[in-house]
Design a protein around this ligand. Structure first.
Ligand code: IYR
Length: 221
């Protein structure tokens, strides 16, 4: 058994006033985030995306196995291939796979099978959940809670990109298995989400939406 030595926790204690102010300003920052479907083609430097991916990689995970892999794509040819495959799945979704009830709730977003942003936005980040990997002894090692872990890491990533001043879209063409082939990822990794990141297009519009009231989303006992 290789036990890791323990080290002292680094924890910066804040006063209540500081906590309140920090909690409120983070709330304001995060509630100003909107999902965007109209992106500008303006490039975003890779180092900014890398810093945000480092934030994602700092997320907690089952047994700290960090069951995620992020492929950040800016190559126009690869973006075009991703668009082509996504649109095949999306066409099948909108034309036959989606139940009427699902299409009804999507109406207000005005979405359809045509996804120009997959080519236009500067970055597509394909996020994979790692179900198992080869450990240092060359044995197959499963991961624990990969979906929960990668979901948390994705939340960190969306927050980091928003904090950096970028807009995102969480996109889930279904099924997304084509991403394994296109991006050369092993079958032990399952595509979780395709995150589009960049600047919003000038004059971009978003649907008028409301978040649920606090009393509906939380209970304080
Ligand atoms: N993946 C499709 C459909 C879609 C599904 C949900 I749930 C959304 O919140 C939005 C869209 C698409 O991208 O159009």
């Amino acid at each position: 058994m290789d036990e890791k030595p323990m080290v002292p926790l680094v924890f910066q204690r804040r006063t209540e006033a500081e906590m309140r102010s920090a909690a409120q300003s983070f709330q304001a920052l995060m509630s100003s985030r909107r999902t965007v479907r109209h992106f500008s083609a303006e490039p975003v430097p890779a180092d900014i995306i890398e810093a945000c991916l480092q934030t994602a990689g700092s997320a907690p995970s089952g047994a700290n196995l960090q069951p995620w892999h992020f492929v950040a794509v800016q190559d126009p040819a690869m973006k075009a291939r991703i668009r082509e495959h996504s649109e095949i799945e999306e066409k099948a979704f909108y034309e036959s796979r989606a139940p009427e009830e699902w299409k009804k709730v999507l109406k207000k977003f005005g979405t359809d099978a045509i996804k120009p942003y997959l080519e236009k936005a500067p970055w597509l980040i394909a996020i994979f959940a790692v179900n198992s990997f080869e450990n240092e002894q060359g044995q197959k090692q499963q991961t624990y809670y990969p979906k929960e872990s990668v979901g948390i890491a994705t939340g960190f990533l969306i927050s980091a990109l928003h904090q950096a001043g970028l807009a995102t879209l969480t996109h889930t063409p279904s099924p997304m298995n084509f991403l394994n082939d296109l991006l050369d990822r092993p079958k032990t990794e399952k595509p979780f989400l395709l995150l589009i990141a960049g600047y919003p297009e000038e004059g971009a519009q978003v649907p008028e939406l409301a978040k649920k009231p606090f009393s509906e989303i939380a209970t304080i006992l």
